[in-house]
Design a protein around this ligand. Sequence first.
Ligand code: ATP
Ligand code: MG
Length: 237
Amino acid sequence: MTLLVEDLVAGYGDARVLHGVSLSVGEGEICAILGPNGAGKTTLLRALSGMVRARGRVALGGTALTGRSPDAIARHGVAHVPEGRGTFMSLTVEENLRLGAFVRRGRAAIEADLDRIHTYFPALKTRLKQAAGSLSGGEQQMLAIGRALMLRPRLLLLDEPSLGLAPLVTRELFRIVQAINAEERTTVVVVEQNAHLALGIAQQAHVLETGRIVLSGTAERIRADEQVAQSYLGYRV
Ligand SMILES: Nc1ncnc2c1ncn2[C@@H]1O[C@H](COP(=O)(O)OP(=O)(O)OP(=O)(O)O)[C@@H](O)[C@H]1O
Ligand SMILES: [Mg+2]
């Protein structure tokens, strides 16, 4: 579904972090959010999923989400894979996956979705009864995304999925995200330090700096513009 964000203002207590962020992501598109540490990328995702209070307007498929509770937003199909993954380490893989469906009813559909997730992440299938804490970093990130998919999301928010993972694992993960986006038509907003990877799967990108979008464009254009990459991202993409 189309995500529309208008003039979003958010922060923590008196500290304002986002100073009026506006963007839109078309149905079934992947949008990358880039920017330096502390820019407000995580806060933006938290504002979209209702985890921090925000003013402004957020709408998904025409339904206003601003000011709603996190579980009401989840019920509307927004799944957030947070920074650090948010996996429950002492629960099993299967328990973590089932938690992802907490707002859903319909047992048969949930069972079918567990199977569907195993087709994206075959590595999880053989580890269902294992504690999530015993998985490798890459497997834990796959579990976190698998859990998000159990919500049947219309909008998937990914916060630094590549953090701490080896390049090969990261590439595999991004390939799977791309497959999910293509097959389920899930709209994706991905925050990523690895600009090269994110721009490789996104259609459009925004660069966030101290709570403001300082650059927006097609992923192709941003990737092609080395000067832009160096001045805004502080490194080469
Ligand atoms: N829970 C919190 N309470 C108070 N301030 C916070 C909290 N979380 C983040 N901040 C502050 O908000 C600002 C933006 O942080 P945020 O985590 O959104 O940045 P980020 O772009 O995700 O950075 P990083 O790339 O390091 O993950 C920072 O100044 C940070 O210190
Ligand atoms: Mg962050």
